[in-house]
Each structure stands twice: as structure tokens, then as C-alpha cells.
Unconditional design. Structure first.
Length: 290
């Protein structure tokens, strides 16, 4: 059911992307601009579907790694993939010192799991295993395509907002200051980019990935402990809320930005305290069953 709903959301987002591009093309260039926009929209839709994962990886400067470089991490991913009966995703590591992780790709056969150097240094093996279980659950729950498409769409909308500053949307040619109409459009489109993410990516997906990831590892307390450390580390070393990071932040296991400001605008993460409490409740339930 979750996979079906995410498929419908993906189609809706790609339709919205097409409508925005066609509208801007007609608005800027009339019929000629509309034809050009059709070509651009087809290319962007194809690119979004097949290459959206690479945009998120690039935003975090993540590089592919093998077993020789990160043997413990590689073994965890391989072990959990086998336990789930799923293909092993590609493994990436970001040089960021902030402890964080994310999954991306369009399906389990074309998925990538990325972690930061910071998280490999902060967590012990059991906690890291809990985090990998969470990220693999995003893959198996088919969350990653809808997340990646939303990230690309938000980035495109933000780009249009920035371009609005240079478009002749009214006002005198003699004006030296920014065009008021363009500024107004930018102010509208900027928050719209954040709203697209918040509407497309429900906070419930993080709760679901926590629960199914803990079930995969059979160790809810390991993920709860990891989340406590990750939250503390992310708050101590926040990433800059700028560029591609703002539209890829929702992919990460914890909000990478400082609390408040634009980081809060783009945050779709549920309260960490609530996530940890649910995991502890899940652990208690498992103990009663045993």
C-alpha cells in the first residue's frame, strides 16, 4: 500500500514539474517558449527519474566505497540486505564530519545508501547497524524515489524563484533596484519549494522506517541510542542551509541544519524525542513477546 501511494505521489510531482515548466515557458516566450518548455520538461522528467539519486549524493559530496575501505560498514549492509532478501545497494561515504545518513535511488535494484564519515566515528557497530536498517527500510518501503523526485522539484522551483529577479515582469527600465513583481514571485516560490517537500514527504515515513528498520535488525534500542547521538552531533555541527542541501535535507535520518530559520522551513523530520520513545516502546513489546 505504501509503495502504491508513493507511486501516485511520484506521478503527481512529475506532473506538477511539467506544468510549472510549461507555464513558465509560455509566460516568458509565448508559443515558441511553450515548444521549448515541452522539450525541457521531457528531458527533466527523464533526468529526474533516472538521475535524481546522483543529485542527492552530489549535494553531500558522497563517493562510492568498497569493502576494502569500510569493511565493517560494508559487512553490515551486506548482512542486512541478505536478511531482507533484497539486492545490496551501492554504498557511499560523505566526507562530512556531521553524523548523518540517507538512502536514495528509484527502487531496490537501483538504490544507494550513504553515510557520513562523522557517523562512522560516532556510533559503535550495533548503533551503525540500526541506522543502516533504517535506511534500507526506506529502500524497501519505496520511499526513496518519491523523496528524490521531491528534492529535485524543490530545487527547480527555488531556481525559478532566483531567476525571477532577472526577468522583466513589469516596472520601469530606468529602475536601478530589484523588480518588485520579481521579488514578490521569489518570495512566493521560495516557500513553495519547502511546501512541496512537506506535502510530498510525510513525517510518518520516518516513523515507519524506524519501526521496520528496528524489526529488520531485531534491535530497536540500538537505533534509539544512535538517534540520540546523531541528534546531539548534528546540532553541534550543523550544515549550511544553502544550495542543493536545502532540497536534499529531508532524505537524511536527522535534520542537518541548525534549529530555526530556513532549516526549520525545510524540515520534515518528526521530533527526535518521539521517534526514540516509539523505538523504546517497540523494544518493550518485543521483550514481552519473548
Amino acid at each position: 500500500m505504501s509503495s502504491h501511494h508513493n507511486g501516485l505521489k511520484t506521478a503527481a510531482l512529475l506532473g506538477l514539474l511539467t506544468a510549472i515548466i510549461l507555464g513558465v515557458g509560455y509566460w516568458v516566450g509565448g508559443s515558441g517558449g511553450l515548444v521549448f518548455a515541452v522539450i525541457i520538461s521531457l528531458a527533466l522528467n527523464a533526468g529526474t527519474y533516472f538521475f535524481s539519486d546522483k543529485l542527492a549524493l552530489r549535494a553531500m559530496r558522497a563517493q562510492p566505497v568498497g569493502e576494502a575501505e569500510f569493511p565493517a560498514l560494508y559487512q553490515i549492509v551486506r548482512e542486512l540486505s541478505r536478511a531482507a532478501g533484497q539486492p545490496m545497494p551501492k554504498l557511499y561515504v560523505s566526507p562530512s564530519a556531521q553524523p548523518n545518513a540517507f538512502a536514495t535511488g528509484r527502487n531496490p535494484e537501483h538504490a544507494a545508501v550513504a553515510v557520513t564519515v562523522g557517523i562512522t566515528r560516532l556510533l559503535d557497530r550495533r548503533e551503525l547497524r540500526g541506522v543502516i536498517g533504517h535506511e534500507l527500510s526506506h529502500v524497501y518501503n519505496r520511499d526513496i524515489l518519491i523523496s528524490s523526485v521531491a528534492a529535485v522539484l524543490a530545487g527547480i522551483i527555488t531556481m525559478f524563484a532566483q531567476l525571477a529577479l532577472f526577468l522583466p515582469l513589469g516596472g520601469s527600465d530606468d529602475d536601478d533596484g530589484p523588480n518588485p513583481a520579481a521579488l514578490l514571485l521569489m518570495l512566493i516560490l521560495g516557500p513553495l519549494a519547502a511546501t512541496v517537500i512537506q506535502l510530498a514527504i510525510s513525517r510518518s515515513r520516518e516513523y515507519q522506517a524506524d519501526a521496520s528498520g528496528a524489526a529488520l535488525t531485531n534491535d530497536p534500542l540500538a537505533l534509539a541510542s544512535a538517534l540520540e547521538k546523531i541528534q546531539y552531533g548534528a546540532q553541534r555541527m550543523p550544515l549550511p542551509a544553502e544550495g542543493q542541501l536545502t532540497s536534499a535535507a529531508h532524505l537524511m535520518i536527522a535534520n542537518p541544519f541548525r534549529a530555526g530559520g530556513i532549516g526549520a522551513l525545510f524540515s520534515t523530520h518528526p521530533p527526535m524525542e518521539e521517534r526514540i520513545a516509539r523505538l523504546r516502546q517497540q523494544a518493550n513489546s518485543l521483550q514481552r513477546v519473548r
